[in-house]
Design a protein around this ligand. Structure first.
Ligand code: CAA
Length: 260
């Protein structure tokens, strides 16, 4: 697939995906969502990718939301389809990717932009970032998972406040609410994301995939996260990565994981 709205680059074990519509503050139109879906799926299937980093181009925005100009004349049915397809093609895909995804939030992360960051496993924000779910100021609600994932990350009370006031918060406030893991200067943002990615990439990709499935299981209705953990723990014992990791410990050397 040819990309017109994103740039996807390999750097060692990292796949760096940059949303690249700076004049529209990287707003997520249908084409951008399709391209992101393709890039994340490819990274998921690429054995040489161990971590994905997603960021926005330009100094102003990570992503300023779903593309309002594209949907403002939609009917009830079209609105429902926009949300359902977004969940399935991008936001659920990112959350359930078999490798960690780090959002490097370089500016506005609003509406669908914050929802994309919240689908990622780890978030780092630059100190100029502004985060919020302003949808009710447009007469709509967060439709890419925001009502669920914001409450999971910051608790129900703060989620109610952020969603109903539609106000933006600063990166520092987002850090205090546990919405982002770190705040850096704009210049240091990508380096911080890469530092975390480097630490991740030294570990077993198969065990990390098991950990992601186990953590996510705890947030899925009707699924018992503890049972999934037991299953995934057991499965690890059948992997070459487990043999390598435990043998390296006994032999007092660094493991070399192949992700098998
Ligand atoms: N959709 C479409 N275009 C957008 C956009 C969006 N979400 N956000 C910004 N843009 C466009 C603007 O229309 C403008 O384009 P033109 O130059 O062609 O007019 C360009 O990006 C620059 O934006 P501004 O001139 O508005 O820049 P600013 O610095 O004055 O303001 C801002 C920045 C406060 C982020 C403002 O752009 C804004 O409020 N954007 C909308 C934020 C928003 O409401 N996001 C939620 C979208 S709804 C959603 O996401 C639904 C969902 O959950 C599925």
């Amino acid at each position: 697939m040819e990309y017109n709205n994103i740039i996807s680059e390999k750097e060692g074990y990292f796949q760096i995906i940059t949303i690249n519509r700076p004049k529209q503050l990287n707003a997520l139109n249908k084409e951008t969502i399709a391209e992101l879906s393709d890039a994340f799926s490819k990274a998921d299937n690429d054995k040489n990718v161990r971590v994905v980093i997603v960021t926005g181009s330009g100094e102003k925005a990570f992503v300023a939301g779903a593309d309002i100009k594209e949907f403002y004349k939609f009917s009830v049915e079209e609105g429902k389809r926009l949300s359902a397809e977004g969940h399935q093609k991008l936001f659920d895909l990112v959350e359930n990717l078999s490798k960690p995804v780090i959002a490097a939030i370089n500016g506005f992360a609003l509406g669908g932009g914050l929802e994309l960051a919240m689908s990622c496993h780890i978030r780092v924000a630059s100190e100029n970032a502004k985060l919020g779910l302003p949808e009710v100021s447009l007469g709509v609600i967060p439709g890419y998972g925001g009502t669920q994932r914001l409450a999971q990350l910051v608790g129900k009370g703060k989620a109610f406040e952020m969603i109903t006031t539609a106000q933006m918060i600063s990166a520092q406030e987002a850090y205090q609410y546990h919405l982002v893991n770190y705040v850096t200067s704009p210049e240091e943002l990508l380096n911080k994301a890469k530092d975390i990615a480097t630490k991740i990439s030294r570990n077993s990709p198969t065990a990390i995939a098991s950990a992601i499935r186990s953590i996510n299981a705890g947030y899925k209705a009707g699924v018992n996260g503890f049972e999934v953990e037991i299953e995934e723990f057991g499965k690890c014992f059948g992997t070459p990565d487990f043999i390598e990791g435990t043998t390296a410990f006994v032999e007092k050397r660094k493991p070399e994981f192949k992700g098998e």
